[in-house]
Write a protein that binds this ligand. Structure first.
Ligand SMILES: Nc1ncnc2c1ncn2[C@@H]1O[C@H](COP(=O)(O)OP(=O)(O)OP(=O)(O)O)[C@@H](O)[C@H]1O
Ligand SMILES: [Mg+2]
Length: 251
């Protein structure tokens, strides 16, 4: 029997004030995969992430994460237990400016575990080491570059060793070389730890470099217009918007 997918989304729809952002969004994410959600600005990528983890209500459909349905988990303890197993780096996910990088990474450990301080510190340092920031643990966010801040955000999202990590536009605002370095880091973490990644991006280079599979959302279509291996979509898709995106053509 096939392994239960890490995410199963069935006919998801979200609407704000009666305006549908997307509907009929159906896909599965398998364990250890780097799954990319792509599409133009305002098509609903961040909203889809929020809907998956229950921060935005679904107008229709069902979402199962790690075998459980968040919306069906009525009590707080069940929701907390599930959310604890999911790491998120938000698009606007800033670090707390008054705290060192190590203290930022320690926050989820403080919130969700009863570990004593020295153990939290050791874990935070290990996570910062994993993203190449072992020497910057004592620095404040204002004292590091944008690329370092993104990596610290990933370290914080990984603090509790979640089997599933959501990253909303990790490469945005970075130069191409730093962004490529971040892509490499994501691939390394996925391969070394078996962590499943859901990455939102609209950077074509990133998608082709890291994406095992992807879905493409579209604002006009209010839903998915493509699904599959991004390299195959680039070669084979006949959808004008999908072709335009992957081949940098005018639609
Ligand atoms: N809380 C909200 N209330 C009302 N409308 C919202 C809310 N959140 C998002 N929207 C609308 O939903 C649509 C999708 O927004 P979303 O942030 O998901 O887009 P996105 O694909 O992540 O865009 P970007 O690439 O710019 O980050 C937009 O039209 C946005 O204005
Ligand atoms: Mg967004």
């Amino acid at each position: 029997m096939a392994e239960e997918p890490v995410i199963r989304a069935e006919g998801l729809a979200v609407a704000f004030n009666g305006n549908t952002v997307f509907r009929d969004v159906t896909f599965e994410v398998r364990r250890g995969e780097i799954f990319v959600i792509l599409g133009g600005s305002g098509c609903g990528k961040s909203t889809l992430l929020k809907a998956l983890i229950g921060l935005v209500p679904l107008a229709a459909g069902r979402a199962f994460l790690l075998g459980e349905e968040l919306a069906a988990a009525r009590d707080d303890a069940t929701r907390r237990a599930l959310l604890r197993r999911i790491g998120v780096m938000w698009q606007s996910g800033a670090l707390f400016g008054s705290m060192t990088l190590a203290e930022n990474v320690e926050l989820p450990l403080e919130e969700h575990t009863a570990l004593p301080r020295p153990a939290r510190e050791a874990l935070a340092r290990a996570k910062l080491g994993l993203v190449g920031l072992g020497d910057a643990a004592a620095r404040l966010p204002a004292e590091i570059s944008g690329g370092m801040a993104k990596r610290a955000g990933i370290a914080r999202a990984m603090a509790l060793d979640p089997p599933l990590l959501f990253l909303d536009e990790p490469g945005a605002g970075l130069d191409p070389i730093t962004s490529a370095g971040l892509d490499r880091l994501i691939v390394d973490i996925a391969r070394d730890t078996g962590t499943t990644f859901v990455v939102v991006t609209h950077e074509l280079q990133s998608i082709l470099a890291i994406g095992d599979r992807c879905i493409m959302l579209d604002k006009q279509a209010r839903g998915m217009i493509a699904e599959g291996d991004p390299r195959r979509l680039r070669e084979e898709s006949t959808h004008p918007t999908v072709r335009a995106f992957f081949r940098r053509e005018a639609a």
